[in-house]
Write a protein that binds this ligand. Sequence first.
Ligand SMILES: NC(=O)c1ccc[n+]([C@@H]2O[C@H](COP(=O)([O-])OP(=O)(O)OC[C@H]3O[C@@H](n4cnc5c(N)ncnc54)[C@H](OP(=O)(O)O)[C@@H]3O)[C@@H](O)[C@H]2O)c1
Length: 251
Amino acid sequence: MDISGNTIFIPGATSGIGLALARALREKGNTVVVGGRRTELLGELAAEGFGTVRVDTADAASIEQAARDVLRRYPDLNVLMTMAGIMRAEDWTRPGDFLATAETVITTNVLGPIRLIAAFIEHLRSRKDATIITVSSGLAFVPLKVTPSYNASKAAIHMLSESIRLQYPDVRVVELVPPSVQTDLMPGQRDNERAMPLDEFVAETVALLESQPDAKEILVERVKFLREAVQRGDYDHVVTVLNATDPHANK
Ligand SMILES: NC(=O)c1ccc[n+]([C@@H]2O[C@H](COP(=O)([O-])OP(=O)(O)OC[C@H]3O[C@@H](n4cnc5c(N)ncnc54)[C@H](OP(=O)(O)O)[C@@H]3O)[C@@H](O)[C@H]2O)c1
């Protein structure tokens, strides 16, 4: 995609990667509309000059309402970035413990992007320069022991991206594949020294979007350890290393 001149909706941009990317993309000359549930943060972002929309991406009706609102106010919208996501630890040895968490993770991380794409696709297909940016994870490719449903949700987003790309010759589908990044996605993650600093991740991501306008996947250097494990032939080693070093691995 062209890095400037777009109108971009990012549901899941009240904090973390979404917010940092929203700011960086605005700097590059894009109109950016941010979405999320936390209305007080949306108020602050409106004061910063962003378009804002309240949306709960775990709720189908909320997505439909938000899509109507965004398209009425921003008829030039040509980029949808399905950023909203949650990550939760689960203990699958205790069936009573993990099921509700798993359902919430899958509803937010898989059904959310599917419903968002459904709500926007007709509009996007009417645009000459439409792009859907999905957000998977290095954990789509190598599992972290403590987050089975999260890993599975991101693997689903990877395959969904691969699949819909085949159905939409007129819409660019770009998969953002972050490594561990210092945000509040999981408790303690913001201060995890092994995670990538957020500003470095966003700078490298924007540079890749700019230098690789036809890329199917946006891969910063630090995610290649996970993303390319199968291709390198060291998958089992990477699974071991990831789960030995991650601070959540033994929780
Ligand atoms: N940080 C990492 O290490 C990492 C690695 C790989 C992939 N990712 C992915 O990157 C995306 C952003 O995560 P992050 O690290 O930036 O975490 P974050 O700081 O916790 O941000 C999550 C964002 O998603 C929004 N969100 C969550 N549930 C939502 C819902 N039901 N409805 C609407 N918005 C919702 C939150 O907004 P509200 O709370 O205001 O609703 C927030 O803006 C996620 O999809 C995550 O899986 C992150």
